[in-house]
Design a binder for this molecule. Structure first.
Ligand code: UDP
Length: 239
């Protein structure tokens, strides 16, 4: 345990968009490398990092609806896309000299082993990054909910939601210049003020199980380290 950090084992939720850089879809190697560098900087200091990645750079279930697809199959495609993103991140982590493993909620051998709580915790304790792929394995959920679920299962101290803004605001800061940022917020306040922190299922799971949610701006290179130290200038802590 590193005294510098307020949170020592965390689940980092990355949107699939974090991997696409300036591209419209897919991957941008520099963007992926920059994600890896940021995570590496805290792993090198002893923080245990579990990771869930979305699939917005490839596919979201909602895209299927406009094309006339069945909702369930469109969600299955979304889950498959998270597996591709997990494999991509794992290899870039390994290329940067960090041990990383993928566990998948859906049977996908030989591509990746299934989710296994004990093995995941053992890997985290050994300093490996564990990437949970395939979402929850069920349609009608999101990777936000997967993050809450896996964070609870692997005894994480917090869920870190990487976004393009440095926290939770009173209103959308891109639309309302008068919007102000919260440094810390209780679950009840967030609910009473109808602030969108994570999707409602993920939010309820964190609230019911006292798992803090941290919303921070991942494009700022130091923000991950700062927020892990409890610096609420770098993001909002909801607890
Ligand atoms: N998805 C799902 N069940 C899950 C997780 C994800 O059906 O447990 C599907 C859903 O279609 C979703 C897509 O996978 O739209 C990609 O996940 P998400 O939208 O959370 O990705 P992000 O927006 O974070 O990149």
């Amino acid at each position: 345990m590193n005294e510098k950090f307020r949170f020592n084992r965390v689940l980092l939720k990355l949107s699939g968009e974090a991997l696409k850089g300036a591209q419209e879809h897919g991957y941008d190697a520099d963007a992926v490398r920059s994600v890896v560098e940021r995570v590496k900087s805290v792993v090198d200091q002893g923080v245990e990092v579990a990771l869930v990645v979305g699939a917005g750079n490839i596919w979201r279930g909602v895209m299927g609806r406009s094309g006339g697809m069945d909702r369930v199959n469109a969600d299955y495609m979304g889950m498959l896309a998270t597996v591709m993103n997990a494999l991509c991140l794992r290899d870039f982590f390994r290329a940067a000299g960090i041990q990383a493993v993928v566990q998948c909620s859906i049977g996908m051998e030989p591509i990746a082993p299934r989710f296994n709580r004990d093995e995941a915790i053992r890997a985290l304790e050994a300093g490996k990054i564990v990437i949970f792929a395939g979402g929850t394995g069920s349609p009608f959920f999101t990777t936000d909910t997967t993050s809450a679920l896996r964070a609870l299962e692997t005894d994480c101290d917090a869920v870190l939601k990487a976004t393009k803004v440095d926290g939770v605001y009173t209103a959308d800061p891109f639309k309302d210049p008068a919007a102000t940022r919260y440094a810390e917020l209780s679950f009840d306040e967030a609910l009473a003020r109808q602030l969108k922190v994570m999707d409602s299922t993920a939010f309820s799971m964190c609230r019911d199980n006292d798992l803090p949610i941290i919303v921070f701006n991942f494009s700022d290179p130091d923000s991950l380290e700062r927020i892990l130290s409890g610096d609420t200038e770098a993001g909002t802590i909801v607890s």
